[in-house]
Design a protein around this ligand. Structure first.
Ligand SMILES: [Zn+2]
Length: 465
């Protein structure tokens, strides 16, 4: 899932792996945009440019031996840079001039020449060219499918020499959930299959939708197996790409109690049904048509929500709800997060979970499946409830009133002033959350709860809390 909770720093970088980057690391020529011109540098005039073809910036001297034009470039101008060298302080170009329309064509052809073609035959194994078992790959295997015997040699189909990688790295940083990692967007990377150059449109886990020269721009393209998200990551690593974000060191934080507002800035509304809690809504968004993709009322709402969920799991020894929406399972009740995707924030609650589930059991297989699931839930619950200090067998009312208390406390602070552009912003927010929480828990309990939250997030494909 590419949606990111609680952190919003983004980084864009790009490398071109079709050119080998060995030892001294060089790229021959690139198209770049001038970011600034320094007329009186210590070593003479120079310009700084950036390019989506490589990471970081490129420094270019404007002395006549390097800059070939009579006039100096200005900010925002597109330039052609050559003989690139990587120095300790970044890239240096030994040759520069203005970009010409004819460079566009040359660059495309040059790149295609450097990409090695991959021959793939429909219905035949991409490696041994043998037949592909229908039971193994289905009636209509995609181009690039491997036979059963070759399936563990997928690295041999696409590699550094036949993929030109373009990557946008999005940094996920969420100190609350203990996340600090890159998510890679490979769209725009190129491959050559059967003599045609294709652009990767939509990367999937085991393959990609690729649009080849001549294919309609509205079409999703052709599905090619063997060049999916993880393959591209492997190739990017082999090209020397950075896959780990730079280490952060914010030190440790000692919280001090923050002053709370009289009222929460968003309403937490509890809806009852026959004496049972049925729904808890946060905020008063319209739930009518048109809410899709609308921004939430508070950018940090999902982070606050994550804390409230994981805190009640910590306190009452509850089990994570493995459904896509996330949530938690308690003593014969089930809680799901309202769907974040549609902009709803809050919880929906189902009482008498067991009786309800067993009502739909019609066959011995159903019964078996449910028994296995319940057995697992029971085992995890037992383990969770054996932690010291856990309040065992809490009712839905106890759990949910604690959840509401935590959520309302977190909302008695004006978060609207916070921005989430950089990792520092995210860290500051995390620290302030702790200040706010000291109003309802001791420093020791907060420390323990935060440690639990960092470990307690889910990493399956549904919600992480
Ligand atoms: Zn094979």
């Amino acid at each position: 899932m590419s949606k990111l909770f609680g952190n919003l720093a983004t980084e864009r970088r790009s490398i071109c792996s079709s050119k080998k980057r060995e030892g001294g690391k060089f790229l021959d020529t690139i198209k770049a945009v001038v970011q600034k011109v320094i007329r009186e540098g210590k070593h003479g005039p120079f310009a700084v440019a950036t390019s989506n073809q490589l990471e970081g910036s490129v420094t270019l001297s404007l002395e006549p031996t390097v800059w070939m034009e009579k006039e100096w470039p200005e900010e925002g101008m597109i330039v052609f840079l050559g003989e690139l060298r990587q120095k300790r302080a970044g890239w240096r170009a030994k040759h520069g001039r203005f970009w010409k329309p004819s460079d566009e064509q040359t660059q495309q052809t040059e790149r295609s020449k450097q990409m090695k073609n991959v021959e793939l035959i429909k219905g035949k194994c991409a490696i041994c060219r043998g037949p592909i078992d229908k039971q193994w790959a289905g009636e209509n295997p995609s181009l690039g499918t491997m036979c059963r015997n070759c399936s563990d040699k997928r690295d041999e189909v696409f590699g550094l020499e036949n993929v030109e990688i373009v990557v946008q790295k999005h940094l996920r940083f969420d100190p609350l959930l203990g996340v600090h990692e890159y998510h890679f967007d490979w769209r725009g990377s190129r491959i050559m299959v059967n003599g045609k150059v294709g652009t990767i449109i939509s990367p999937q886990a085991d393959g990609d939708f690729v649009r080849f020269e001549g294919e309609k721009t509205r079409s999703l393209g052709t599905f090619i197996k063997g060049v999916g998200y993880w393959d591209l990551l492997r190739i990017y690593k082999a090209a020397g790409g950075e896959t780990e974000p730079p280490a952060l060191d914010f030190g440790s934080y000692t919280p001090t109690k923050a002053e709370l507002l009289d009222e929460p800035i968003l309403v937490v509304k509890v809806e009852m049904d026959n004496g049972n809690i049925h729904n808890i809504q946060v905020g008063n968004r319209s739930t009518g048509f048109g809410r899709m993709f609308a921004p939430t009322e508070l950018p940090n709402l999902s982070t606050l929500h994550a804390f409230a969920n994981l805190y009640v799991r910590y306190k009452f020894g509850l089990v994570h709800n493995y459904c896509a929406e996330g949530g938690f399972l308690g003593n014969d009740f089930e809680v799901r997060n309202a769907e974040m995707f549609t902009g709803d924030v809050g919880l929906s609650v189902r009482m008498n979970r067991l009786a309800d589930d067993f009502r739909y059991v019609n066959t011995p297989e159903d019964f078996h499946r449910l028994a296995v699931k319940e057995g697992l839930v029971g085992m995890i619950a037992e383990r969770e409830q054996s932690r010291p200090g856990v309040i065992k067998d809490a009712s839905a009312h106890e759990v949910l009133s604690t959840w509401v208390n935590v959520m309302e406390t977190l909302l008695r602070y004006d978060w609207r002033e916070f921005t989430f552009e950089t990792v520092e912003d995210v860290w500051k927010h995390y620290c302030r959350m702790q200040d706010v929480l000291l109003n309802i828990m001791s420093v020791d309990e907060l420390t323990e709860a935060l440690a639990y939250v960092r470990k307690g997030k889910m990493t399956h494909c549904g919600s992480s809390y």
